[in-house]
Design a protein around this ligand. Structure first.
Ligand code: GLN
Length: 293
């Protein structure tokens, strides 16, 4: 970036937009949005603030932040990794190198769970397995004002991020964080009404074809689901029954081509798929399972 002492926010935006469009980065798709998000995040401005200050000179220290952020962007780092935060379900979540970056697809899982709760004011006990940033469990607590949630992860560092997000978003009194390997994290607790998870589900073949921004910056452990992508579901479906109340349910996000695999696994582990939800592109993205009567 050519350091120009008197550059305005508008000037900087135009300059960076032109530069990254010319580089044809990611086929120029979303470049303007990326550039805007980065400038806003790095300058500590919201959209209204950026518009209002468009003609103002960018302060020297802010320009420094923006330069170092764009140096990372140039090397392919995703915008929300650089900012260390991302919005999900209208809530602002912090990320860390040990957490998956939240994906909009996961909204399907939230909606699927909510659509099976007759009364959102009931006192539901839920557990989010492999919580990462905590987006699934905390978004549900946001929608269910009397629910309590246990956020579980095998990674202590991811759990620190989930704990910090829970506290910052005002859920500290309703969310408990527990470290452990899938359902082992629940040891000693009472059965739940809902078990929910967006586990790692990418298979070996797809891992080899991940976009560089994903392969390099999302944690491997949060992505890779074993050779066929179903390892986590084998564990979860194998162990979940004892952790659910009799009329409780289990809901998981899945890969778009995994419905059949989950169906087969469910049959051998005593579960039945009661609903499949599709994402915005019409692909299978989440399933709700109940005990097979
Ligand atoms: N539950 C977290 C999320 O949906 C983490 C998922 C994961 O790491 N696979 O973002």
């Amino acid at each position: 970036m050519t350091r120009k002492a008197d550059i305005t926010f508008d000037g900087l935006l135009a300059q960076l937009h032109a530069r990254f469009t010319a580089a044809n980065r990611d086929a120029a798709r979303g470049v303007l949005r990326d550039v805007q998000l980065l400038i806003m995040g790095l300058a500590g401005l919201d959209k209204a603030g950026l518009i209002a200050r468009g003609g103002n000179q960018v302060p020297e220290n802010v320009l420094g932040h923006i330069e170092s952020g764009f140096a990372r962007y140039e090397l392919g780092e995703p915008v929300h990794r650089i900012l260390g935060r991302r919005e999900f379900h209208g809530l602002d979540f912090s990320l860390s190198p040990d957490t998956l970056e939240p994906r909009d697809d996961t909204e399907c899982l939230i909606e699927l769970v909510l659509s099976h709760i007759p009364d959102r004011r009931s006192s539901i006990e839920l557990a989010d397995l492999g919580t990462g940033t905590g987006i699934v469990g905390l978004s549900l607590l946001h929608e269910l004002p009397h629910a309590r949630g246990v956020l579980c992860d095998i990674s202590g560092s991811a759990l620190e991020t989930a704990r910090a997000n829970a506290a910052r978003l005002g859920f500290a009194d309703r969310a408990t964080c527990r470290q452990g390997d899938w359902l082992a994290a629940l040891e000693g607790m009472e059965p739940f009404d809902i078990l929910v998870s967006n586990p790692p589900y990418i298979d070996a073949e797809a891992m080899a074809q991940l976009a560089p921004g994903v392969a390099k910056f999302d944690p491997h452990a949060a992505l890779y689901g074993g050779a066929d992508g179903l390892d986590a579901y084998r564990i979860i479906l194998g162990d979940a029954a004892v952790w659910l109340k009799p009329d409780g349910f289990l809901a998981v996000e899945i890969g778009h081509d995994q419905k059949q695999g989950i169906h087969d696994l469910a049959r051998t582990t005593g579960w039945a798929i009661s609903e499949v939800a599709t994402d915005i592109e019409g692909r299978d993205r989440a399933v709700l399972l109940r005990r097979d009567q």
